[in-house]
Design a protein. Sequence first.
Length: 154
Amino acid sequence: MGARETYKENIERLRNERKEARNKIVQMTLEIEEILNSLATDSGNTEIPWAKMKTIAMGVRFDVNAEVYFIKVLDEEEKMVFKVYLKSGGEFGLQEHDCIEELYVIKGDLIDAENPGKVYAVGETKVWQPHELHKPICTLDSIWQATKIKVKDD
């Protein structure tokens, strides 16, 4: 009878551990959904701060919308790098960050819909300063490298 009780106790402990793990996944999902919503829309909260971007998992594909997805490929103390993939006509929502953002065009093109006077071509980089509103879009199938650089606290 004692071994049977131990088995039941072990199963209950495992169920509780799995429930706790599921709850953490749900919380992480809600947090990433908030970031993705901010990246996808032009209204509401446009700021995606450094601290929230640090919570994005490495090597995982995140779909912003049907035309845009990204994967975090580097996560260092002072710098993060994302590979961004866009279908022709793909666009992000209006956004800003508390860090410097550099978008390097690997393939396709890049336009900042907030300042549409320049089309960035393959090999060119667009830089936004902290809290500078921007809305990256493309007219061609595109791949960008997005580098986020932490601003030093004074």
